[in-house]
Structures are given as C-alpha cells and as structure tokens.
Design a protein around this ligand. Structure first.
Ligand code: MG
Length: 315
C-alpha cells in the first residue's frame, strides 16, 4: 500500500453536508495499484467488500480479517455488482455480455444474456427491486474495444435500461431514452429510479442523472434531468436512507438531495467510478476511484435493502 490515510478534503455547498460528511472524517485506502476499480458491493454476512478491476479482468475482495484477495481471476471483465434476495452476488460481465450470479461453490451462472434472442451489449450496473426484479443498464463499453471486454458489433438497436423478471424470465426494455445508461439506483421508497447517462466523450454526449417515476413497479414515466454532473460523469451511485444520492464524478463523490440540489463533495485525487454503503452499521462508504479503493465513515446509513440480513459469503 503506497497510498496513505488522509483527512477528507470537502466542498460544502449546503449546511446539511456537515452531518453527512463531518470535516474530520478520515479517508482510508484499503487497496491500491488498480487500473480501473469499479462496481463495489458490501457483503454483510462476510463483512467484506468486493469490487472489480475491470481492465485487469479481476474481482477483488477486502475484509478487515483477510486484507485484499482475488475473488475471481479472470472475472470475465465483471463491472457492477449487487446482492439479490438470497444474498448472492450478481455481476455485470462484459465478456459473456450477461448478468451472472456468484454461486456458493465458486462457480458463476448466467441469469440473463439475451434480449429477444440477441446478445446484450455489455451490462454495466444493476439493482434488485423489492419484488426481486433485476434492473440493469446495457451501454457499449465492453464491446467498443478490447480494453474492458471483447470488441464486437452491437446486436441491439440501442443501449437500454432493462427489467428482468426472474419469476417469469421476461426481459423487457424499461427505457430507450438514454444514449449510454450506466449507474442505476432506486429511491428508498422505489417510487423513483435514477439512471445516469455517460455518453460524454462520444461526440457531444450527456453527463447527467435522469430521474423517472416508477409506475406499478415496472413502467418508467416522467423522465427529467435531475443533475448535470461536472467534472466527469456519474459512472455509479448509491442512495442513503434519506434518499440523498452519492454519485461518482471526475473529482470525487458528489452528494445530491432527492431534488438534485448539490449538498457537497468528497474530493479525491483520482476520478471516482462508483461507491457502496456497508460496514456493520451501514455508515461506511466504500469508494472505487481509478487505482484506489477508499473507505470513509459517514453520518448516515445507506438505504437498507430488506434482504441483506440473509446475505451469505461471497465465496
Ligand atoms: Mg458504471
């Protein structure tokens, strides 16, 4: 470990931010030396965080007891991760262009990899709703070149947000409105779905988060731009119990209230890609930022999913 712990460097936009990220909070590096760290998820039953180094084709695991280890090498260019209702890790894999499930025997199985018979682009990030449906984004980053997967043509007519009903096996397009949908999360009451569009860098693309009303748990209506993220893009984000949005950006983590008002920033020395709440009390934020995995104790819990208590070890 060449990176040292440091006192947090903040930008405060609103007094509420002082409760969320106290001025004396310490940023602690847990792992470094990565190429492009992404996709963190905390696994409560294991008291561990797992995350991907997408371009190195590895999924790492960190715990206080074991330090940094490899969970999967190669990882099939895994990117985003989350937990399902049974506590399994679900992974967005660019290589096989699928959503995979990490089984307890160490194998990985396909959850979904095709839409109407055609291959997905390269699933990037995902969230599980309380009804068990998996919502995921499918931009082209794993097929545009060989850095994060295998270069290939898209078989679809765009980059969609999908809803996969595990009970029926139905995969439906939730929206085709975004150019490159990427990060995805629900508000705590699941009445709002947030999805980022990170098509900036490809022509004059977007770098914003879009909010949708969720109707009857499956339809998206009334899309509106919640916030344009600058610098950088909102690659991934998580929601706290009050519905605030903790999003990655070019200079660190930006915290927005549910109306999109910026409350403040946690500044980092490298571009942040994603974050995840965890720890025994849910107040520890794990941040993937280019080459480093950081943690910081924050003043609020992550929005708790009702099934996390059932979560089982990642491997
Ligand atoms: Mg992403």
């Amino acid at each position: 470990m060449t990176v040292a712990p440091r006192r947090v460097d903040r930008i405060v936009r609103d007094p509420r931010f002082d409760q969320l990220v106290p001025s004396g909070a310490r940023l602690v590096p847990l792992a470094d030396g990565g190429v492009w760290f992404e996709g963190p998820v905390y696994v409560p039953a294991d008291d561990a965080v797992i995350w991907s180094d997408v371009r190195r084709n590895v999924v790492h695991r960190w715990s206080e007891a074991d330090g940094v280890t490899d969970l999967h090498r190669p990882s099939d260019f895994s990117n985003g991760h989350t937990l399902d209702h049974d506590g399994h890790v679900l992974a967005c894999e660019h290589g096989p262009r699928r959503i995979a499930r990490y089984e307890r025997d160490g194998t990985r199985t396909t959850v979904v990899d095709r839409y109407e018979g055609r291959r997905l682009n390269s699933p990037n990030d995902l969230v599980v709703a309380s009804d068990g449906a998996i919502w995921f984004t499918d931009p082209p980053y794993g097929i545009i070149d060989d850095r994060e997967g295998y270069k290939a043509d898209s078989e679809l007519d765009g980059c969609f947000v999908f809803r996969f009903d595990r009970a029926t096996g139905d995969l439906t397009v939730a929206t085709d409105l975004l150019v490159h949908p990427n990060g995805i999360a629900f508000s705590p009451d699941e009445r709002t779905l947030y999805v980022s569009d990170t098509s900036r860098g490809v022509e004059a693309g977007h770098h914003h988060i879009v909010a949708f009303d969720v109707v009857e748990g499956r339809r998206l209506e009334r899309p509106r731009v919640l916030k344009v993220i600058d610098p950088g893009v909102s690659d991934g984000f998580r929601i706290d119990v009050d519905g605030n949005i903790w999003t990655s950006a070019g200079d660190g983590i930006h915290v927005l209230d549910p109306d999109g008002t910026e409350l403040g920033r946690v500044l980092l020395p490298e571009t942040a890609s994603n974050c995840a709440f965890g720890g025994a009390d849910g107040r520890r934020l794990f941040i993937t930022a280019t080459s480093t995995l950081w943690s910081i104790e924050v003043g609020i819990r992550g929005a708790v999913t009702p099934w996390v208590d059932k979560a089982t070890p990642a491997a």
